[in-house]
Structure formats: structure tokens, C-alpha cells
Design a protein around this ligand. Structure first.
Ligand code: HEC
Length: 173
């Protein structure tokens, strides 16, 4: 092969690597719902902690399952409650974001594949789900009613439908 052919092959390879890398990397750019758009600047309650396995026994196939790793972020409105102690009752406007990683390598590289969000709505919005709304994905749409999400999270009724809080972190992370 002529040197120029090597060069071209190399270029094609690096471009395709770039495309693959971009496709799997999370895209937190662009406009999305202002309620969680800049969650990366919030308090990461799992900072210096490693969350994996299935401490509740209820994760089944969701949230990357028992082999997945997770990070949880909270906005200022819910921060004092989630990092406080029971009873955990979140004020309207609380937003909790959970980043999900396929495995330890992805977690260490901070390359999440997925993201789920809970938004505490006004009183009376979704009383059956303690007024939480649900979002799947950074660019997802807030759903006031999502029986799939709320059905499972109702297991944490005592803690206002939120599994991860300071007591939980201390015990499992
Ligand atoms: C089958 C049960 C189940 C379903 C369905 C489920 N979750 Fe979860 N979720 C959990 C568990 C268990 C945790 C706690 C930590 C862990 O094990 O990952 C959790 C944690 C979270 C957290 C971090 C705050 C917390 O409660 O710990 C968010 C945010 C979240 N889930 C959002 C969602 C959204 C949005 C949906 C629907 C798209 C959803 N979940 C569906 C079980 C579930």
C-alpha cells in the first residue's frame, strides 16, 4: 500500500471510532427540560461511593439490573431531605436524577448508558404516586403518570417513593 492509502485507512478508522464513541457517550448538551438540564452541577449524593448489586432486592431488570452501577444527583430543593434522616418527605420541585452504568469499567470511566429522573410535582398532581412525575432519559418527557415506575417505587412508600437516601447510602454504598 502507498503511504497515502495507509493514511486514508487510518483516517477512516479514527473517524469511525469517533462516531462509535459519540454514539455511546451520553449527550448532555442541547436544550432540554430546565428542571434537570444542568443536573451535572447538582449535589452528587453518591460522590466517593459505589452503588451496585441489588440492595433492595427489587431492581430486577431495570436500572441496569444487579450488575449495573449508579450515581444519584439531587437539586438544591431536595438536598437537605435526601441527605438528612427519616422521615424523608420531599418538597415540591425536588428533582432526583439517576445515572446508570453497565458495569464497573463504564462507571470508572463515568460513561453512563442511561438516565432516569423523578420530579416532585405540586400537591394533588398525582396523589397515588405521592405527587412524583417520571422521566426516562435526559431528553425524555415528564410523565405525570407512569405505572411502571411508580408501581415499583411504591415499595419505598415509607420514604416518599425514594429508595436512595442518606440511611440507604450508609447501609449499602
Ligand atoms: C422494578 C422496580 C423499579 C422500576 C420499575 C423502576 N425503578 Fe427506579 N429504582 C428502583 C430501585 C430498587 C432503586 C434504588 C437503587 C437501586 O437498586 O438501583 C431505584 C432508584 C431510582 C432513582 C434514584 C432515587 C431512588 O429512588 O433511589 C430514580 C430517579 C429512579 N429510580 C427513577 C425511575 C424511573 C423514572 C422509572 C421508570 C422509567 C423507574 N425508576 C422504574 C426500582 C425501580
Amino acid at each position: 500500500m502507498k503511504p497515502s492509502t495507509y493514511l486514508k485507512a487510518g483516517l477512516v478508522l479514527s473517524i469511525s471510532t469517533l462516531i462509535v464513541a459519540c454514539a455511546s457517550a451520553p449527550d448532555y448538551s442541547g436544550n432540554t427540560d430546565s428542571r434537570w438540564a444542568n443536573f451535572k452541577n447538582w449535589t452528587k449524593i453518591t460522590e466517593n461511593r459505589t452503588g451496585t448489586g441489588d440492595p433492595t432486592g427489587f431492581v430486577s431488570g431495570v436500572h441496569k439490573g444487579r450488575d449495573g452501577y449508579r450515581d444519584v444527583y439531587v437539586n438544591d430543593i431536595g438536598k437537605a431531605v435526601i441527605l438528612g434522616s427519616a422521615p424523608y418527605n420531599y418538597p415540591a420541585g425536588t428533582v432526583i436524577v439517576k445515572e446508570q452504568f453497565d458495569n464497573l469499567a463504564a462507571f470508572k470511566a463515568q460513561k453512563p448508558t442511561d438516565l432516569t429522573i423523578m420530579v416532585k410535582l405540586q400537591d394533588g398532581a398525582t396523589p397515588d404516586a405521592k405527587n412524583w412525575g417520571w422521566v426516562a432519559g435526559y431528553n425524555g418527557k415528564l410523565e405525570e403518570t407512569n405505572a411502571f415506575c411508580s408501581g415499583c417505587h411504591s415499595i419505598a412508600t415509607q420514604n416518599d417513593f425514594v429508595f436512595t437516601n442518606e440511611d440507604f447510602l450508609r447501609k449499602h454504598y
